[in-house]
Design a protein around this ligand. Structure first.
Ligand SMILES: Nc1ncnc2c1ncn2[C@@H]1O[C@H](COP(=O)(O)OP(=O)(O)OP(=O)(O)O)[C@@H](O)[C@H]1O
Ligand SMILES: [Mg+2]
Length: 361
């Protein structure tokens, strides 16, 4: 038994999404995690662009109000970024210690990163040894303004940022790594988070994170298309979108439903990009014959709540599709029944899990 006088200050998982800001506070239980608070609010219009917070004060006001209204007193936040401008690559490098690589990382990764290195934050993880005295390293480069603008919003809200993660890593932690139902450690799957502005697709093979990419189509793309075509305000387009069923696009004949016809090219764009990502993974995997192909697609994010989305993707991509929220996993419990399955909470949960306060001994 250990006395625990200095109980660690609680952290919140904070997901600043393009459509909703989510805050999660949780604690460990002997069997998993208990969600103490999971609260969300609309992201102010025109306060974010391509992952960058363009109006930190407006975002800070929303975060402050969320914390105040729900009596959340945490002052430390774990946040994340995601954008098509974040580069994640697994590369081969000469074998060296982590310490040595840390010193030379900027020099080593220069040729893999299209952005200016000085304008990027660089992180890496050594994955494993490779033949010819080499090693596999996953490198992540995130533009500084992407990260700094989010930190600025948090600081204005009175929060100290303890860590900055990648959204897909957080989703992986809460949906795949903590799962006990599906046996993901023996499968190859695509983890797909359909957000408002983008869809994040990652491949996880035998429990190992292989690649990730952001596709510039999401739930807002569909609502905006409806709003523009029918000349209706966005809130009405959102309601209209909620009444559509994408499985009606799967029949033999082309649909005569006008809103579905408006969405069709955008859905096809999303499919094209998903296929491209999976083909890219497969092409790389073919160099390694022991790599099994993707068989499952695991959906999360608010956009995955569109009726018929899972059926549509399953048929078009010929994969088994599962829509999994954090609260579908029995290891997560919540005091509130209002959260549903928590489909849009995967990122915030994964962030909250990062530096969760230990069980008091
Ligand atoms: N019941 C529903 N039916 C259809 N769409 C829904 C439903 N609920 C939420 N959405 C859509 O989900 C999207 C928001 O999802 P989410 O909160 O995951 O996005 P975000 O994290 O804010 O965005 P991003 O990940 O791009 O930063 C919106 O486009 C919204 O219209
Ligand atoms: Mg999101």
């Amino acid at each position: 038994m250990q006395l625990n006088f200095s109980k660690k200050s609680p952290h919140i998982g904070l997901d600043i999404g393009h459509s909703r800001i989510k805050v999660i506070l949780m604690e460990r239980t002997p069997l998993g995690w208990k969600i103490l608070n999971a609260v969300t609010a609309a992201t102010p219009t025109d306060s974010m662009s391509e992952g960058v917070v363009t109006n930190p004060a407006a975002i800070a006001d929303v975060i402050k109000a969320l914390l105040r209204d729900h009596k959340i007193t945490a002052t430390l936040a774990d946040i994340s970024v995601s954008s098509s401008t974040v580069v994640v690559r697994t590369v081969l490098m000469p074998k060296m210690s982590e310490e040595v690589l840390r010193k030379s990382i900027r020099f080593e990764v220069g040729r893999y990163i299209p952005n200016n290195i000085d304008d990027s934050y660089i992180e890496f993880e050594i994955i494993k040894d490779a033949p010819d005295n080499q090693m596999e390293v996953m490198i992540v480069a995130a533009p500084r303004d992407l990260v700094n603008s989010r930190i600025a919003a948090c600081e204005l809200a009175g929060l100290e940022v303890d860590s900055v993660d990648l959204e897909p890593f957080a989703t992986y932690r809460s949906v795949i790594e903590s799962d006990t139902l599906y046996g993901w450690s023996e499968k190859t799957l695509a983890l797909v988070d359909i957000g408002a502005r983008s869809t994040k697709v990652s491949v996880v093979s035998n429990g190992k994170f292989m690649m990730t990419r952001a596709i510039g189509v999401g739930g807002s793309t569909f609502s905006e298309a409806l709003s523009a075509f029918f000349k209706i305000p966005m809130p009405d387009a959102e309601i209209g979108k909620g009444q559509l069923d994408l499985s009606n696009l799967l029949g033999e004949q082309t649909t005569d439903n006008p809103p579905l016809r408006v969405l069709q090219p955008h859905l096809e764009e999303m499919l094209r990009e998903l296929r491209r990502s999976l083909n890219y993974f497969q092409a790389q995997a073919n160099e390694n014959i022991s790599q099994a192909p993707v068989t499952h697609l695991v959906l999360s994010g608010g956009g995955s709540m569109m009726t018929g989305m899972a059926e549509y993707l399953a048929k078009k991509l010929d994969l088994k599709v599962l829509t999994i929220g954090v609260l579908d996993n029995p290891r997560f419990v919540s005091a509130s029944s209002e959260l549903g399955s928590g489909l849009d909470l995967a990122v915030a949960s994964g962030l909250a899990m990062r530096t969760i306060a230990p069980l008091v001994a």
